[in-house]
Ligand binder design. Structure first.
Ligand code: NAD
Length: 351
């Protein structure tokens, strides 16, 4: 199996590449523009593998995508490259439109051109997996779950750009017959998560005894999934998912943000004891505009049709994650130095 993974130097992309190369023995071409969020060090585990190749390229570059696809001749394209940080989308939406919308369009066109050159069998076997988020569905009240049929209602420039890209991917299937499958996943956490995001930022700030900023009152609920569980789900969906369908991915692990932060403090207090509980470092900060109240995924289709189950509970996954950050400063310290522990991750330290 020959697989192109876009965004493979990112958080989820690198977990997927490790899974495809090391667990499945597939030949993988990672295509990544190495934006601030891309990190070749996240691919260290496959750097010496003859089954892995890295291409530094931008998905908006049609000529580069045409060449990469024509030369590698993939059986599958798994599209994860994106601008992914909601806070950044609020202060600068242009890159989100450029990569998430125009980049996805460019990649779909390049994939379609290649797919049209394939023979009948290869054409039927080819898959384009478009990887997306549950944020396209908007916000839930206190009850209910997002289903694959939930109407799109995005709140942020990020989720609006992902919603647009989902519609493009589905239209390329309906209009041109490109074998597209779409996945919409809840919030991920785990190793190699960029230090500006809630969970790694909380772990690292707590370790250093710095404030732990929490938006609003910390009441917002997210449905957390350990990143390796997501990687396995993506592989299954690309392998056995029905063309033209959407698969929701989620771990049935709803948590309020404040409870996530408290849990991290408790795990750290146990592993690296201090005089005062780290919970005391929590600081409530002005809420994010348009902050969705609650996300929760119904993953029944993925579970019943494809037999997927999350291996990690929230507690087991968060303990693994905290231990990983404790043991892998080589990976996060250089990134962290640039962002200085800011919640928004926007103000780079002046040199
Ligand atoms: P990430 O920000 O960690 O990684 C994105 C990667 O894409 C980076 O390596 C970056 O260099 C690369 N990239 C950005 N623009 C590019 C471009 N124009 N051309 C080529 N490469 C480019 O993101 P992530 O958290 O790993 O998310 C991956 C995908 O999964 C995204 O599509 C995201 O919308 C989706 N998703 C993420 C989550 C989550 O909780 N993180 C949940 C559901 C879905």
């Amino acid at each position: 199996m020959r697989v192109i993974v876009t965004g493979g130097a990112g958080f989820i992309g690198s977990a997927l590449v490790r899974h495809l190369v090391l667990d499945k023995g597939h030949d993988v071409l990672t295509v990544d523009a190495l934006t601030y969020a891309g990190c070749e060090a996240s691919l260290k585990a496959v750097a010496d593998s003859k089954h892995h190749t890295f291409l530094h390229a931008d998905i908006r570059d049609r000529a580069a995508m045409d060449t990469a696809i024509a030369e590698f001749r993939p059986d599958r394209i798994m599209h994860l490259a994106a601008e992914s940080h909601v806070d950044r989308s609020i202060t600068g939406a242009a890159d989100f439109i450029g990569t998430n919308v125009v980049g996805t369009f460019t990649l779909l066109e390049a994939a379609r051109q290649y797919w049209n050159t394939l023979g009948t069998f290869a054409k039927a076997a080819f898959r384009f997996l478009h990887v997306s988020t549950d944020e396209v569905y908007g916000s839930l009240g206190d009850t209910g779950l997002f289903h694959e049929s939930t109407p799109y209602d995005p709140s942020s420039p990020y989720s609006a750009s992902k919603a647009a890209s989902d519609h493009l991917a589905k239209a390329w299937q309906r209009t041109y017959g490109l074998p597209v499958v779409v996945s919409n996943c809840s919030n991920n956490y785990g190793p190699y998560h960029f230090p500006e995001k809630l969970i790694p930022l909380t772990i690292l700030n707590a370790l250093e005894g710095r404030k732990l900023p929490v938006y609003g009152k910390g009441e917002n609920v997210r449905d957390w999934l350990y990143v390796d569980d997501h990687a396995r789900a993506l592989d299954l969906i690309a392998e056995r998912g029905r063309v033209g369908e959407t698969y929701n991915v989620g771990g049935r692990n709803e948590r309020r943000n404040i409870d996530v932060v408290r849990r991290i403090c408790a795990v750290l207090d146990e592993l690296v004891p201090t005089d005062t509980p780290r919970e005391n470092l929590i600081e409530f900060v002005t809420d994010r505009p348009g902050h969705d109240a609650r996300y929760a995924i119904d993953a029944t289709r993925l579970e019943t049709e494809l037999g997927w189950r999350a291996a990690e509970t929230f507690d087991s996954g968060i303990a693994k994650t905290v231990r990983w950050y404790l043991g892998n400063a080589w990976w996060w310290q250089p990134l962290r130095d640039q962002y200085d522990g800011q919640r928004l991750g926007l103000e780079a330290k002046t040199p």
